[in-house]
Design a protein around this ligand. Structure first.
Ligand SMILES: [Fe+2]
Ligand SMILES: [Fe+2]
Length: 193
């Protein structure tokens, strides 16, 4: 992790960050549920069912940590996923959704690992991050295998993967360029539930 990334996590209000994680996990669960309805293969349907269970559990774990820390549950935008969807465009197939989910899961793993490296993070947060990371690594792995299977069947799928990777990088660049003040404003705009 670079010094800049470490400082970025340290400067953020932990409860604001945990609310972002919670919202991202809930959004993730919604996306996986939609994909489950499109899957036409027993292995993929089985993996997506387990994946849906994981994201729901993760949303619950962050909910519990926020409440244990005495925080409010806040409905807010999840800036990365919003930008990723804008940069990629409307997903038109299961392959599009898989590629988007794959880049988003990789980004989630990176964020959680960076957070785990922050020495000041509380033991409760670190324990939760470690538990969730095991699942997240499996998500990246099985979707990657499914995408590779699809590339073997149709080489054009690689273009979809490349497009998702590009949308991911563009989104992250835009977020890094965002002034800290805007992040605070986004925080304040959140409505406690
Ligand atoms: Fe998750
Ligand atoms: Fe995940």
């Amino acid at each position: 992790m670079t010094e800049v990334e470490k400082n970025r996590i340290e400067e953020l209000d932990p409860l604001w960050l945990l609310n972002q994680y919670r919202v991202a996990e809930l959004r993730g669960a919604g996306a996986i549920m939609r994909m489950g309805r499109l899957a036409d293969d027993l292995t993929l349907t089985t993996d997506l069912s387990r994946h849906l269970r994981d994201e729901s559990v993760h949303a619950w774990l962050w909910t519990k940590v926020i409440r244990d820390m005495g925080g409010q549950l806040v409905e807010m935008d999840e800036p990365y996923q919003t930008r990723l969807a804008l940069n990629f465009g409307i997903p038109r197939s299961l392959t599009d959704l898989l590629a988007l989910t794959w880049v988003s899961e990789r980004r989630g793993v990176k964020q959680y690992k960076e957070h785990l490296d922050v020495a000041e993070a509380s033991p409760l947060i670190k324990r939760t991050l470690r538990g969730i990371l095991k699942d997240e690594q499996w998500h990246v792995e099985y979707i990657s295998k499914e995408l590779q299977r699809r590339v073997h069947a149709d080489a054009r799928v690689q273009q979809t993967i490349d497009k998702a990777l590009e949308a991911d990088l563009t989104s992250v660049d835009a977020l890094r360029a965002m002034p800290e003040l805007d992040k605070v404003a986004a925080h304040d705009a959140g409505q406690p539930l």
